[in-house]
Ligand binder design. Structure first.
Ligand SMILES: [Zn+2]
Length: 274
């Protein structure tokens, strides 16, 4: 998958990050400064008019597949709901050097943060892995903290990936259509750690949304930040149904396997989950 020309311009890309941030906030998946968003841009884009300040940035790891490319990323502690009001004050552009080992950080004089997100290592590693494996020229990544889904991950049985997917898929026909590969599940791993970075990269090869148990999710899209936000919204909606049913004594029938099979057939969904 890759975006075709004409490519979105910088203002459009910044606007989609702002829109995604607003929507995550509207589903309560980004309290305070929680959550972060990044875009990998594989075509050349002039960013210095909007982000004129330049400094060296030490990369957490070498990223050969991103050599010469750009990553737009949220500043540490910035509120996702505020990005749309002033994108350049809340975002930075990381320009990876041709060696894939060093980078320059471009920011605005209005910038409201000192460092980029502490989850940047996870963002960068997934962008590098996907660019190397699929050759994509674009990817949006979002880390957010949708409360109903995270709540389920506090119940040990729901950290079983098969069980979690079975329960999430049974509430709305859309879920299997939008997420035919289901949700990948990671155990609790220390936020920002190399262990989380590595496990997250591996899970995002098979899934477009990965649950970081007792913490949040990361979602990816080859199309836009708003599509990545959609995935989080679909999954959080399913988790909210599941939570409602738990609270209500598990009285709901849910979609049956036959009903789900009919959806899969009608919409030609390629999945191994049903
Ligand atoms: Zn987090």
């Amino acid at each position: 998958m890759a975006l075709d020309e004409p490519y979105p311009d910088l203002n459009e890309l910044l606007a989609t990050i702002g829109e995604a941030g607003l929507r995550l906030s509207s589903i309560q998946a980004s309290e305070g400064g929680a959550g972060n968003i990044s875009l990998y841009i594989g075509w050349s884009l002039e960013v210095r008019r909007r982000f004129p300040l330049a400094e060296e940035l030490e990369l957490p790891q070498s990223v050969p597949a991103l050599a010469g490319k750009l990553v737009i990323v949220t500043g540490s502690g910035r509120r996702l709901r505020d990005i749309h009001t002033d994108p350049v004050a809340n975002l930075a552009v990381v320009a990876i050097a041709a060696d894939g080992k060093t980078a320059r950080l471009y920011t605005s004089p209005r910038r409201l943060f000192t460092r980029i997100t502490s989850e940047f290592n996870s963002h960068l590693a997934v962008h590098n892995d996907q660019a190397a494996r699929t050759g994509t020229n674009f990817q949006a990544l979002i880390h957010a903290q949708p409360p109903h889904l995270v709540y389920l991950s506090h119940i040990p049985a729901y950290r079983d990936q098969d069980l979690l997917n079975q329960r999430l898929l049974c509430w709305e026909p859309e879920t299997i259509v939008q997420l035919p590969e289901g949700v990948g599940v990671l155990p609790f791993i220390l936020p920002g750690s190399p262990a989380l970075m590595e496990a997250n990269v591996t899970q995002l090869r098979q899934h477009r949304l990965v649950l970081w148990s007792k913490h949040g999710v990361m979602a990816r899209s080859e199309f836009s930040a708003t599509r990545a936000a959609d995935l989080i919204e679909y999954v959080e909606t399913s988790a909210r149904y599941e939570y409602m049913d738990l609270v209500n004594g598990s009285r709901a029938e849910g979609l049956t396997q036959e009903e789900l099979r009919a959806v899969v057939q009608a919409f030609h969904v390629s999945t191994t989950l049903i």
